[in-house]
Design a protein around this ligand. Structure first.
Ligand code: FAQ
Length: 311
């Protein structure tokens, strides 16, 4: 019966087994994973835009090569994640349509503008730093294809974070103008990065279910706290300030306590009204439209290959 199957499924999860595409799974588990993994894929792809904006204006050949390969890596992450989502029966066409029609979400962080070159440094350090903390957890998630994609993605994100922090450190040790630029970028990106981890645990409708099913093993607030603890230290190590007057080290808990996030701003961005939402979606739709001929050519090629085989 369905009930005993559900119980058996839960036992497998509790024993730390991974669930594979052909295994029985509750419909709701499948739905939750399609939601989360497709949103994640969209974030990788939309996430190419803020930094992509600076490729033609990189200050040196070395920086340009690094940025090009980082942005290309994000495209690759999107592709693994769309493929992993397909193993759950959600076609790429369907999930892309959801993004382009505005039904699907992608991370709030990519709706902020990249105003100076220093933003590229800070995105690598903070945004990839946040992604690694979240994804290291997801590399242990119960769904095999998702967890395996995360292992490789985390390795690449580690390189992204290192190139970002290296640049942050260099600018923080540079001319007064460079120091001002990098501090300004930290001031603008700090709070939006904290929002990446999602609402507080008590306002997170999906967490309990995802934890029960071993998709998440830590809560939004737990991950956010590890992010703060690590990055406050890294900021101070290079002489940068965190733009939070309430930031204070608690000797007893050994954690950095921090101020309240502006949740109105967060929900406003999630609902499509952030500074760059409309621009990002417009660019994405145009890119999809411009790629039509490539999809057509690939389909035609596949059709000819099939005909060849049938002969
Ligand atoms: N933005 O109940 P919860 C990257 C939504 S890293 C927008 O707590 P959950 C790498 C949430 O979907 C970024 N929406 O949800 C990179 C839900 O709405 P729904 C991508 C958000 O699933 C770096 C509602 O709020 N990483 O791309 C956000 O338990 C640099 C209630 O929330 C991932 O997607 C948000 N920040 O926890 C690329 C990781 N937060 O769907 C380029 C996988 C929450 O019910 C450059 N995802 N919402 O309508 C996750 O870990 C989780 O899904 C969370 C949210 C933590 C995002």
């Amino acid at each position: 019966s369905k009930e005993s199957k559900a119980q058996e499924f839960q036992e497998r999860i509790d024993n730390g087994e991974t669930i594979e595409p052909k295994d029985w799974m509750p419909e709701r588990y499948q739905k939750q994973l399609i939601r989360m993994m497709s949103q994640h894929a969209h974030s990788e792809v939309v996430g190419m835009l803020p930094e992509g904006n600076w490729i033609t204006r990189a200050p040196s050949l070395r920086r340009k090569m690094i940025l090009l390969s980082k942005v290309q890596d994000e495209a690759g992450h999107g592709l693994y994640l769309y493929s992993a989502t397909e193993t759950l029966g959600a076609s790429r066409q369907e999930v892309l349509d959801d993004l382009l029609n505005g039904r699907a979400k992608y991370s709030s962080i990519f709706n902020y503008p990249t105003l100076s070159w220093a933003d590229v440094a800070v995105i690598g350090w903070l945004v990839d730093g946040a992604a690694i903390i979240n994804q290291t957890m997801l590399a242990r998630s119960s769904y095999g294809p998702y967890s395996r994609a995360m292992v490789r993605i985390c390795k690449e994100e580690s390189f992204h974070k290192k190139q970002g922090y290296e640049m942050v450190a260099q600018m923080a040790d540079g001319t007064p103008e460079q120091q001002e630029m990098i501090q300004d970028a930290v001031d603008r990106w700090w709070w939006p990065t904290l929002m990446m981890f999602g609402p507080h645990d008590e306002d997170s409708p999906n967490s309990a279910e995802l934890i029960k099913w071993g998709v998440k093993s830590k809560t939004n607030d737990e991950l956010r706290q590890s992010f703060v603890d690590r990055h406050v230290q890294e900021a101070h190590a290079v002489g940068l300030e965190i733009p939070d007057p309430d930031l204070e080290y608690n000797e007893e808990t050994e954690h950095w306590e921090f101020g309240e996030i502006d949740w109105d701003e967060f929900w406003n961005v999630v609902r499509g009204n952030g500074p760059m939402n409309k621009e990002r979606m417009k660019t994405r739709r145009e890119a999809h439209e411009n790629g039509k001929w490539v999809r057509k050519a690939a389909e035609e090629y596949a059709r000819k290959q099939r005909l060849q085989k049938e002969k």
